[in-house]
Write a protein that binds this ligand. Structure first.
Ligand code: C2E
Ligand code: CA
Ligand code: CA
Length: 768
């Protein structure tokens, strides 16, 4: 029964051996004490019998001993074999004597440690061997088996191994002996350490779960490139269900975007190296193609032989698209679709390299839209954007598709012209651009806007050798074009740098001028030709800068307009002029009007009518003695927005004059629509009267036209008798200019007016 019992457990064998020795010794001692007599013979016979008996006994005993030893050896050998078998299988054999409450365990080194045997009480097993958390479950399973609910007892639980660590075992066993009443006496079975298996299983489950939840498509492919299994993402991405692809060749996904040669090469590399990674177009079930980032690797079996390939496919179509979009965003202006500064610099760089090789020139044209900000502010940004788009289209159309047109931001554009033969050729292009912009740009179905550009030009290799300098110099030249009166071009020269630095200095001082009280107004009288009366004055702004001295308005007014400073300066001018008017009226000059120059920005800001209403109310001056002068080009360019403000002003009762008439786009249609009273013929035409027949014709036409519209016509810049004579002949209403008087400070002007006698020819004092 108990194969594994120790030798000590066989008391019968031991007793037999010791018994023999104890009985043998007294027998010998008795024989030696007797002499040779009949009694002796008997004794001898008896002795011999005794010896024989003893020998026999000994024989019997030693035979039994030999048999038992052999048996024991056999037992030991069997036990050894069992041990070896258990050791080899890694299993533990256990035997539970239910009645004795003992558990005997054998084998399984990893569980029981070296020696691999253990006997313990059921209680010890309960308290020390099994994991307390698993005990209730195991006990329940044992119980179920013992009462006959299960054929075998089977459980997975944790036990402490020889090193005291918890390991998972899978234990199986059954009742092997019952008493007559059927109560179990013994249970036996095996247990195996399954820690590693369980871990591997868990890992496999996790891996499977990961595979299932992966966003990348994963396919297992056999060595002939047939699908073995795929994950859900694979089905999602390709449109093929697992059943549809299993057994199919992976060629199924090949796209027409690659040649068969390409796929052959990929499979070649994979077969040779066991790995391939790269971008590949693939075809979905619905025929749509997608770009995949694909990684294929071989899988080797435990013998190290290649058994499968695993392909992981990432759909990067969107990513690629986003990348391309980013690349586009990095290089192109989204509003106009033109190259941006980055791409421009790159192209300019390449153009320079080509020009150096071919010994040609490259021209950079820097274009800035004149007063774009005003339009943007008044029309709104959406319209501003449309205007920029229209400007971009027009510019590109003028320049042609082969030359680069870029938008640098805001209303700044750049044109790069290659293979430039000569400077006149570039100037020709600049003029073409200016001409192209003389046609209005369509902002929407209802709005056309006139906007002019100012252009600055720099040339490689004449002015600079690198893109950054070329761009900088063309920018400088553009500012010079603005300073020259806009809607024109300038070619860069070195003096411009000094000029732009000077402008920066002037602007810095200009910002402080108002606070420092550096402005003052001078007044230039004007006279009616019909009766020689002084009808009014024009207020003209003067600035004496503490740092820079006297700066003419032709310099600082454009700067003030560009920087927006004109708004606060304009406010000051209006209020100062109204106060002068009030003072003069106090001196009895009730018939005198005062003309104030107003910048278009002031009109566009929209609160000019209110401001004037306030001044009129506060100072008590009559509206009809106030005349606002706005330049023709400004009003024409922003006709839609300014008309409204001009109408408002008209309602208040102030009169409106168009200044510098003849220099802009004299559109009679607009002129008719505008609520104006007066035209001031630009001094440019007056200066050449009696010398230039064209100017005479223009002046005559303006006078006639103005009268036909019921307007008062004033000629400014009248310096000579001859000019005066011509104007009188043409029926001009009023004149203004050095012939009559230069601009004067308010006291002198007041004195001049009061002393004025119609018919007096004024002496010409030094101008202010
Ligand atoms: P503008 O309105 O056309 O002013 C007339 C300019 O011609 C004045 O130049 C005046 O001094 C000058 N002038 C007057 N008589 C003669 C003459 O017989 N011959 C010549 N050659 N010139 C004459 P100024 O004062 O230098 O003003 C230049 C421009 O600055 C003005 O041109 C006007 O557009 C602007 N400006 C002046 N003051 C203001 C102001 O307060 N606000 C605004 N927005 N602009 C102003
Ligand atoms: Ca004026
Ligand atoms: Ca003028």
């Amino acid at each position: 029964m108990a194969l594994w019992r120790k030798h000590g457990k066989f008391p019968a064998v031991r007793a037999a051996a010791t018994g023999a020795t104890a009985m043998g010794l007294p027998a010998v001692a008795t024989a030696q004490a007797m002499g040779p007599s009949p009694g002796f013979l008997l004794q001898l016979v008896l002795f011999t019998i005794a010896v024989l008996l003893g020998w026999l006994l000994w024989r019997v005993r030693s035979d039994r001993l030999r048999q038992e030893t052999a048996l024991l050896g056999e037992i030991r050998e069997r036990e050894e074999r069992l041990n070896l078998a258990l050791w080899g299988s890694g299993d533990e054999f256990w035997d539970w004597n239910i009645r004795d409450d003992t558990l005997y365990r054998l084998g399984a080194n990893q569980l029981l440690g070296q020696g691999s045997r253990e006997e313990l009480s059921t209680e010890d097993w309960r308290t020390q061997t099994i994991h307390p958390e698993d005990l209730p479950r195991v006990q329940k399973l044992l119980q179920e088996h013992i009462v006959g609910h299960t054929d075998v007892f089977e459980s997975e639980h944790r036990v402490r191994n020889a090193r005291g660590e918890w390991v998972w075992v899978r234990s199986r066993g059954k009742v092997v002996e019952r008493d007559t009443s059927g109560s179990p006496l013994r249970m036996a079975g095996t247990a195996r350490d399954v820690t590693v298996i369980r871990r591997a299983e868990r890992e496999r489950r996790v891996a499977l779960e990961v595979l299932r939840s992966m966003s990348e498509a994963v396919a297992v492919i056999d060595l002939d490139f047939g699908f073995i299994s795929v994950n859900p993402a694979f089905s999602r991405i390709t449109g093929y269900s697992e059943e549809e692809v299993i057994g199919q060749n992976s060629r199924l996904l090949d796209s027409s975007q690659h040649s068969t040669e390409f796929y052959r090469r990929v499979r070649d590399v994979l077969e040779r190296t066991g790995h391939w990674a790269g971008e590949m177009w693939q075809k979905r079930k619905d025929g749509e193609e997608f770009l995949g980032w694909i990684e294929m690797s071989e899988v080797r079996d435990p013998l190290g032989l290649r058994s499968h390939f695993v392909a992981v496919v990432n759909d990067i179509t969107d990513k690629k698209r986003a990348e391309q979009e980013l690349r586009y965003l990095a290089n192109y202006d989204t509003l106009t679709g033109l190259p941006n500064r980055a791409l421009l610099s790159e192209r300019l760089g390449r153009a320079i390299v080509r020009a150096r090789r071919q010994e040609t020139r490259v021209a950079v044209l820097f274009l800035d839209l004149d007063r774009f900000k005003d339009i943007n502010d008044s029309l709104g940004h959406a319209a501003g954007d449309r205007l920029l788009k229209a400007a971009a289209t027009r510019l590109q159309a003028t320049v042609g598709a082969s030359d680069t047109v870029a938008r640098l931001g805001g209303d700044e554009f750049t044109v790069v012209l290659e293979d430039v033969e000569s400077i006149p050729a570039v100037e020709r292009m600049a003029r073409e651009i200016l001409t192209a912009f003389s046609m209005p740009l369509e902002v929407d179905e209802r709005h056309d806007v006139n906007i002019t550009p100012s252009l600055g030009i720099s040339l490689y290799p004449d002015h600079a050798l690198v893109p950054t300098d070329l761009l900088k110099f063309s920018d400088t030249a553009m500012y010079q074009a603005k300073a020259e009166g806009r809607n024109t071009y300038q070619i860069y020269n070195e003096t411009m740098d000094a000029e732009s630095r000077r402008r920066a200095t002037v602007l810095a001082s200009l910002r402080k001028a108002l606070d420092r009280g550096e402005f003052r107004l001078v007044y230039q009288p004007r006279m009616a030709l019909a009766d020689g009366r002084i009808t009014g004055v024009e207020a003209l702004l003067r600035w004496h800068s503490a740092e820079l001295g006297e700066i003419p308005p032709t310099i600082f007014i454009p700067l003030a307009e560009e920087s927006g400073l004109i708004l606060s300066i304009g406010d000051w001018v209006l209020s100062e002029a109204m106060q002068t008017l009030k003072r003069w009226r106090g001196h009895g000059l009730n018939e005198i009007s005062i003309g104030v120059n107003v910048s278009v920005l002031q009109l566009l800001r929209g609160n000019l009518p209110e401001q004037i209403r306030n001044l009129i109310r506060d100072l008590g001056v009559p509206a009809n003695r106030i005349e606002l002068e706005v330049t023709e080009s400004m009003v024409m360019q922003n006709a839609e927005q300014t008309t409204h403000v001009l109408n408002e002003l008209r309602k208040i009762g102030v009169s409106l004059a168009i200044d510098d008439f003849g220099t802009g786009y004299s559109s009679l249609v607009y002129l008719k629509r505008l609520p104006i009273d007066t035209l001031k013929i630009d001094k440019e035409f007056i200066g050449d009267l009696t010398r230039d027949p064209d100017d005479e014709a223009i002046t005559a036409t303006i006078i006639t036209m103005g009268h036909s519209l019921g307007l008062n016509v004033i000629a400014e810049g009248v310096e000579s008798e001859q000019q005066l004579g011509y104007l009188r002949e043409q029926g001009c209403d009023e004149i203004q200019g050095f012939w009559l008087s230069p601009p004067l400070d308010s006291h002198r002007c007041l004195a001049f007016i009061r002393s004025w006698q119609p018919g007096t020819v004024a002496a010409i004092p030094a101008p202010y």
